[in-house]
Design a protein around this ligand. Structure first.
Ligand code: C5P
Length: 133
């Protein structure tokens, strides 16, 4: 049976209704593809705590877990593991978003998200964001 991998992701939404996406850097799996920021849930961590940790590490922002609302989740069978990925939305944070890991960032209108190639797990999340916004 394939391993189950739990990853959390977030659609940060700015005051113009644009969503932040980040480009996976060279050297990582799926390099060059655009994703919703987030990362793996470490053993013993609550998913919301993982997300606030990842957003601080990757984007230099502070998000209170009370500001995170779960919208939907991705469930996708990669060859070697099954990915389960809740997508949260967040409209309030402290700090200025910056890529701390050298990753490119873009603020994109929901309907323009399809112009950016994404991992296959992320793509089915787009219609949920279009409906929301
Ligand atoms: O980001 P990280 O490499 O730790 O994620 C582990 C795996 O989860 C990736 O190799 C990728 O297959 C998958 N993933 C994804 N969509 C994301 C984040 C991760 O499909 N937004």
């Amino acid at each position: 049976m394939p391993k189950l991998l739990l990853v959390v992701a977030c659609a940060l939404i700015d005051t113009d209704g644009r969503i932040l996406i980040a480009q996976r850097p060279e050297g990582k799996a799926l390099a060059g593809l655009w994703e919703f920021p987030g990362g793996k849930v470490e053993p013993g961590e609550r998913p919301e705590d993982s997300l606030t940790r990842e957003l601080a590490e990757e984007l230099a922002i502070t998000v209170k877990k009370e500001c995170l609302a779960p919208l939907t989740f991705a469930s996708y069978a990669y060859d070697d593991f099954h990915l389960l990925m809740p997508l949260y939305v967040c409209r309030r944070w402290q700090g200025i978003v910056q890529g701390r890991e050298g990753q490119a960032l873009k603020w994109v209108r929901p309907k323009a998200l399809r112009e950016y190639p994404m991992p296959p797990a992320d793509e089915p999340l787009i219609p949920h964001l279009i409906d929301l916004l």
